[in-house]
Design a binder for this molecule. Structure first.
Ligand SMILES: NC(=O)c1ccc[n+]([C@@H]2O[C@H](COP(=O)([O-])OP(=O)(O)OC[C@H]3O[C@@H](n4cnc5c(N)ncnc54)[C@H](OP(=O)(O)O)[C@@H]3O)[C@@H](O)[C@H]2O)c1
Length: 347
């Protein structure tokens, strides 16, 4: 049996990693987060705040998947303000787990394409793992530098995975594009408006990429267990590229809506007073009772939909080192949004 500790086990990546490992008979999983998840066969959730000093009540982890994150209140471009908590959480979690795990084999750290400055403006595309860091502060740099230094001389190794815009569902997450699209559709439908592309002019026609959360979990499993991934970084996305305006009408069709003409909208401002409308939609359609601020975080939508530059990762390295899975992004959106409706998260 291998024993994984997933730090950030209820996030839009963490919960998919837990599910992926739990489906395999040779993994036992400990899930860490401040909230407690529901224990099941081979999965135990431990509620802990890893920002504070902490001693594990378990031992002998063979693998750590680090997918925790604490958002700051600012915009994506204010990423530097995230440094202290996100560096400290990694240090506290990994050093405490390592202390009680003499057979530790691999620590998989999840960072992202903001490593290349995707959140700041145009950058060299497609981005390669070996590209230089962007200028200025970024908590990923602090995390990678600490982990690299901490690992020196140890028998375990690390892998850094860099995904882009996760597509999954995790109530309470600050960064998930799928509920942004689904709840935006529900609100506009209720208001009798088309599901217009809400990005400002110049957006929607640039190249974009996303990462299905289940696909990402497969990559994390590969990264944790393949010898070639020792002390390496990899870009992980679906493996294709698209332009939002090309696929948007098909996403609207999932909800039986017209896309109409693009109509720029600041989602954070527009949705600020829509919680009562959401509650009415939930009760009218008998939806799962998620609070508005729990089901969706609008600033992430404004960030993703207002990118006026190409966003592209080069995936050659992960393919050369053995990860060959791909996902058709357009089909993924249709499938996941349909499942959102079927699961009664949106009407
Ligand atoms: N989401 C994306 O689209 C995306 C894309 C590329 C890269 N990334 C990167 O991936 C990493 C993970 O992000 P994510 O989006 O998966 O985050 P997320 O969905 O917000 O999940 C964060 C997880 O961390 C836990 N957590 C937060 N503070 C904690 C603490 N003090 N102690 C213990 N657990 C804590 C949360 O649970 P509790 O709140 O219950 O503690 C949750 O389980 C980040 O570095 C992010 O930048 C994300």
């Amino acid at each position: 049996m291998k024993k994984a500790v997933v730090v950030g086990a209820l996030g839009v990546m963490g919960r998919y990693i837990v599910d992926k490992l739990a489906a395999r008979p040779d993994w036992e999983v400990i899930g860490l987060s401040r909230r407690k998840g529901e224990d099941r066969e081979r999965v135990r959730y431990v509620p802990v705040d890893v920002l504070k000093p902490w001693a594990p009540d378990f031992g002998d982890a063979t693998h750590v998947f680090y997918a925790a994150f604490q958002a700051s209140a600012g915009k994506a471009a204010d990423y530097a303000s995230n440094i202290a908590p996100n560096r400290d959480m990694l240090v506290n979690a990994v050093s405490a787990i390592e202390r009680v795990s003499p057979n530790l084999e691999r620590v998989v750290l999840i960072t992202g394409t903001k490593y290349y400055g995707t959140h700041l403006g145009p950058y060299k595309t497609p981005a390669r793992e070996s590209d230089p860091r962007h200028a200025g502060a970024n908590y990923y740099f602090d995390q990678i530098d600490w982990l690299t230094e901490f690992q020196k001389g140890k028998r375990w190794t690390w892998t850094d995975l860099r995904p882009q815009t996760l597509c999954g569902f995790a109530p309470g997450t600050a960064m998930s594009i799928l509920p942004v699209i689904a709840v935006y559709a529900a609100i506009m439908k209720e208001l009798g408006r088309p599901m217009a592309w809400p990005g400002k002019p110049g957006t929607g026609r640039t190249i974009y990429q996303v990462t299905d959360s289940g696909h990402f979990a497969s990559a994390a499993l590969w990264a944790a267990t393949d010898a070639r991934c020792a002390n390496q970084a990899y870009n992980i996305t679906n493996g294709d590229y698209f332009r939002w305006l090309d696929i948007w009408p098909r996403l609207a069709a999932v909800f039986g809506m017209e896309a109409g003409e693009p109509s720029p909208l600041n989602l954070t401002e527009f949705m600020a007073d829509k919680a009562p409308l959401w509650d009415a939609i939930v009760s009218k359609h008998g939806l799962k009772p998620y609070r508005f601020d729990e089901v969706v975080a609008w600033p992430f939508g404004d960030y993703v939909f207002n990118t006026t530059w190409d966003v592209m990762s080069n995936l050659t390295k992960s393919r050369q080192h053995g990860f060959h899975d791909v996902v058709d992004s357009e089909e993924m959106f249709v499938d996941l949004l349909t499942r959102f409706r079927e699961a009664r998260i949106v009407p």
